[in-house]
Design a protein around this ligand. Structure first.
Ligand SMILES: *Cc1c(COP(=O)(O)O)cnc(C)c1O
Length: 355
C-alpha cells in the first residue's frame, strides 16, 4: 500500500531525494564517510553548501544584493532574531492573520515597541484594508503569507513603505514570488524544504550590521553573512538534504511548474469539499491556503473514526492542529497529485458510508 503523509511538519520529502540520500548515506561520493561526518570546512562539504545556495538563488531568482543564510533555531528562532537585528530603537508593525503571525508578534514584544493589527474577521476572511496606509514610521512590517495552522493565506503582498518581512515557513517555493518586494524572508525547513533543524533567511544586505548589542552571536545576521553561515557549526546534514530538494525542484521544472501542480492539487481538494455536504471549509475562497487545507466533518463525533480509517487506508497525519480541531491535509511540493486523489477518494467513500 502506498503511504501518503499529510503531516504539516516535519512533512514528507520527495521520494527520489530520500532514495538518493539513502544510497549515499554511509559513503558520500566515494569518500568512505557520510556527508554528516564531513567537516563543514572541508572542500567536499563547502561544495555541497555552495551548490545548495546557488540552486536556491536560481529557483527563487534571488538578487545579488540579498544574503542567503542557512541557520539553526527554526522559524521561532527568527521570531527573536528579526527584532534583535532590525528593530533598533524604532517600532515594528505585525499583521495578524492566524496563529503563527500572532506568535511572532508576541515574541517580538520582548525586544521593543511592537504594534499589532488583527486582520482576521468573523467570516474567516482577512480584511486587508486594516493595514495602515502609511507605514513609513515602522522599522519593518511583519506578516505570514501562509498560516499553517489555520489554512489561511494572504496571496497579495501587502503594499507598505516600510521594509517588509515575511514568514514563509509553510509556503516557500510553493509558488513564485518577487524577492525584491521584501526586506527579509525566512522559513523553517521542515515543511517545504527539507528536514527540521535548518532555517533559511534571505535578507537584503543593506539591513545587515544593525543588530542590538544584546543579540546572541548565533542570531546576528551580519556575523552569519560574514562567515557564510558557518560562524558556528551549521546543520550540515539538513543543509545537504535541502540542497538535494532544490536539485529535485529544478528537475521538476522549478517553482512555476510546482505552483501549477500545487494549484491543481488544492483546487481538487477544495472543489470536492465545497461540493459535499458532509465536509466543509469555512475560509473565504480568496484566502484559502494551497499548502494546508483545513476541513471539518459535518459531525465532529465522526472525527476519530475518520482519522482511524484514513490511517488504515495509508493516509497519515490528517488531524487538524489542536488549536483549531477538525482535519488538515498539508499538501506541500513533495505531495504528489496521486496523494490528493487518494485522499479525495477516501473522503468520498467515508462520506458515502457514514453520511
Ligand atoms: C511551523 C511554523 C513555524 C514554527 O517553525 P519552527 O521551525 O518549529 O520554529 C513558524 N511559522 C510558520 C508559518 C510555521 O508554519
Amino acid at each position: 500500500m502506498t503511504i501518503y503523509n499529510f503531516c504539516a511538519g516535519p512533512a514528507m520529502l520527495p521520494t527520489a531525494v530520500m532514495r538518493k540520500a539513502q544510497q549515499e548515506f554511509c559513503d558520500y561520493q566515494g569518500l568512505g564517510v557520510s556527508v554528516m561526518e564531513l567537516s563543514h570546512r572541508s572542500p567536499e562539504y563547502m561544495a555541497v553548501a555552495e551548490k545548495a545556495e546557488q540552486d536556491l538563488r536560481e529557483l527563487m531568482a534571488i538578487p545579488d544584493n540579498y544574503a542567503v543564510l542557512f541557520l539553526h533555531g527554526g522559524a521561532r528562532g527568527q521570531f527573536s532574531a528579526i527584532p534583535l537585528n532590525l528593530l533598533g530603537q524604532g517600532k515594528a508593525l505585525y499583521l495578524e492573520s492566524g496563529q503563527w503571525s500572532v506568535a511572532a508578534a508576541t515574541e517580538a514584544e520582548k525586544y521593543g515597541d511592537i504594534e499589532r493589527v488583527d486582520l482576521r474577521c468573523e467570516s474567516r476572511t482577512l480584511d486587508l484594508s486594516r493595514i495602515p496606509a502609511d507605514t513609513s514610521e515602522y522599522a519593518y512590517v511583519h506578516y505570514c503569507p501562509n498560516e499553517t495552522v489555520d489554512g489561511v493565506a494572504m496571496f497579495d503582498v501587502p503594499e507598505v513603505a516600510a521594509p517588509l518581512v515575511a514568514d514563509l515557513s509553510s509556503c516557500i517555493l510553493g509558488r513564485d514570488l518577487d524577492v525584491s518586494q521584501f526586506a527579509l524572508l525566512y522559513a523553517g525547513a521542515q515543511k517545504n524544504i527539507g528536514p527540521a533543524g535548518l532555517t533559511l533567511v534571505i535578507v537584503r544586505r543593506d539591513l545587515l550590521g544593525n543588530a542590538d548589542s544584546r543579540c546572541p552571536a548565533i542570531l546576528d545576521y551580519q556575523l552569519a553573512a560574514n562567515h557564510d553561515s558557518m560562524y558556528n557549526t551549521p546543520p550540515t546534514f539538513a543543509w545537504y538534504l535541502a540542497g538535494e530538494v532544490f536539485q529535485w525542484l529544478k528537475h521538476q521544472g522549478g517553482v512555476a511548474a510546482m505552483a501549477e501542480v500545487n494549484r491543481r492539487k488544492a483546487d481538487k481538494l477544495y472543489g470536492f469539499i465545497d461540493a459535499s455536504d458532509f465536509y466543509r471549509n469555512a475560509v473565504a475562497p480568496s484566502h484559502r491556503s494551497e499548502m494546508n487545507v483545513t476541513f471539518q466533518l459535518h459531525d465532529a463525533q465522526l472525527d476519530k473514526r475518520f482519522l482511524a480509517e484514513a490511517e488504515a487506508a495509508g493516509l497519515k497525519a490528517l488531524k487538524g492542529h489542536r488549536m483549531v480541531g477538525g482535519m488538515r491535509a498539508s499538501i506541500y511540493n513533495a505531495m504528489p497529485e496521486a496523494g490528493v486523489d487518494a485522499l479525495v477518494q477516501f473522503m468520498d467513500h467515508f462520506a458515502r458510508t457514514y453520511g
